[in-house]
Ligand binder design. Structure first.
Ligand code: HAM
Length: 436
């Protein structure tokens, strides 16, 4: 029998890589907390109609990429994104009745049956956020600027922010018709995908990478010609705030994004083109002022974004200091095991990451393990140490070795590790910066 393998496009993250994931997650959680966001966790499975109603029937995700199934006559889907579930939870728990403005962030797995390639997977993790109850352009500008700061902090090179506005839903209906009138006579020259989209979702044709579609849409009317005064004002103000914050951006009038729920502001951030490929988006987001009401909630404006965590990992070298433990307790012989276990427990109570070799290995092999795990000190308990309640403290970094009383050893080791910021509590969100 062949041995089992993971499903195509779904990846294991082994402990050697997890430090980088946790580092980015930690930095993200800290950024969000600094901006007044609180974490929300919604289920990985939702009723299929929730996604169809919000993301839109004629979008790639809903048409081709959802993992949907029926269970006891209920149509369910693995979530392809987090916005619909967050809006559902916001309405279901009547959060608007308690809070005028709600700021939520989330991190977790999403599922899309896409063709797997570098940076594109079938299970991937998003770091996302949604704000409900703030329709002002200051909210949009702060979000974009916050993301720019976060991506800079984790060391993503070559950042480019693209912003656009697609106006309110009515604007898009009028524009859609104008685009249809313009493209219908050119239909035969479009790619097969775009010919299909002409009937279902013509705005997506503007997003196409196919040269035939680019050619056909080169002189198409732009959505900006159809915007009303409110849309224009919102976008102009957003731009002044981004300027005031010193966040660089480019207006991309062709940016439409692939989901139907958006209104007004859209944005995407690209980066690390040498690693991800020039077209690869790290963060996508925008306003969706109509969604909450459409789902049966109050008329509450909303805006949000999501970043692909795997793409961030490809885009940056940021990695945590590579130590798994701070101290190794090395008992020599069976009599030392009991006192060794107690010593390890005392070290951990001081916030010191500690492992004890419980296999009864030789001192040589224990020291090798201490080195491999990045321990700074090894506390050796042999027969003579047991006889007078002392410990041999071997400092692998300072290359010193001292025998001292057990109580003194605990104090000295804790002080030394604290000074080197090497206790669990002193580690915080810091990380080793990428080498330039
Ligand atoms: P999205 O553009 O579909 O937006 O996805 C956001 C990000 O998730 C992408 O920029 C990319 O980094 C990552 N991503 C998407 N698909 C994959 C994949 N198959 N493999 C790896 N990474 C992927 C949304 O999901 C919206 N919910 C964002 C939003 C929140 N808009 C408003 N609020």
């Amino acid at each position: 029998m062949t041995s089992p393998r993971a499903i195509k496009g779904m990846n294991d993250v082994l402990p050697d890589e997890i430090g980088r994931w946790q580092l980015i997650e930690r930095t993200y959680a800290r950024t969000m907390s600094l901006h007044g966001f609180r974490e929300v966790r919604t289920p990985c499975v939702e009723a299929t109609p929730l996604f169809v109603r919000t993301m839109g029937e004629a979008t790639d995700v809903v048409e081709k990429e959802m993992y949907s199934f029926t269970h006891h006559d209920e149509a369910l889907s693995l979530r392809p994104e987090g916005t619909a579930g967050a809006a559902r939870a916001y309405i279901e728990h009547a959060v608007h009745a308690r809070e005028p403005v709600t700021r939520w962030w989330y991190a977790g797995p999403m599922f899309r049956a896409e063709r797997p390639q570098r940076g594109r997977y079938r299970q991937f993790a998003q770091l996302g956020a949604e704000v409900f109850g703030d329709e002002g352009p200051g909210c949009d500008a702060e979000m974009i600027s916050m993301l720019f700061g976060f991506l800079t902090e984790i060391g993503v090179p070559g950042l480019e922010v693209f912003v656009n506005t697609i106006g309110a839903a009515e604007t898009r209906i009028r524009y859609r018709q104008a685009l249809l009138d313009y493209l219908t006579p050119k239909a035969a020259g479009l790619s097969a995908d775009s010919q299909r989209r002409l009937a279902s979702n013509p705005l997506r044709i503007l997003d196409s990478k196919d040269e035939r579609d680019k050619e056909a849409t080169r002189d198409a009317p732009t959505l900006h010609d159809f915007l009303d005064a409110g849309d224009r004002g919102h976008f102009a103000t957003l731009r002044t705030y981004l300027d005031a914050l010193g966040t660089p951006y480019t207006v991309d009038a062709r940016l439409v994004r692939g989901l139907d729920y958006y209104t007004r502001t859209l944005f995407e951030i690209k980066g690390a083109p040498e690693r991800l490929g020039a077209g690869s988006t790290i963060v996508g987001g925008g306003r969706y002022d109509g969604m909450v009401a459409e789902l049966g909630g109050p008329p509450v404006a909303a805006i949000g974004f999501a970043a692909g965590l795997e793409r961030l990992l490809i885009a940056t070298d940021a990695s945590p200091a590579g130590q798994v433990i701070d101290a190794l307790v090395a008992p020599l012989g069976p009599d030392a095991m009991g006192p060794g276990l107690a010593l390890a427990r005392e070290l951990r109570a001081l916030g010191i990451r500690c492992e004890i070799d419980t296999r009864g290995s030789s001192i040589k092999s224990q020291l090798r393990r201490g080195n491999a795990l990045g321990a700074r000190v090894v506390l050796i308990l042999g027969e003579s140490e047991l006889s007078d309640d002392s410990v041999q403290v071997k400092d692998l970094e300072a290359r010193t070795e001292e025998r001292m009383a057990r109580g003194q050893a605990l104090r000295i080791v804790a002080d030394r590790l604290m000074a080197a910021s090497r206790t669990v509590d002193s580690q915080g969100p810091g990380f080793r910066k990428a080498t330039p």
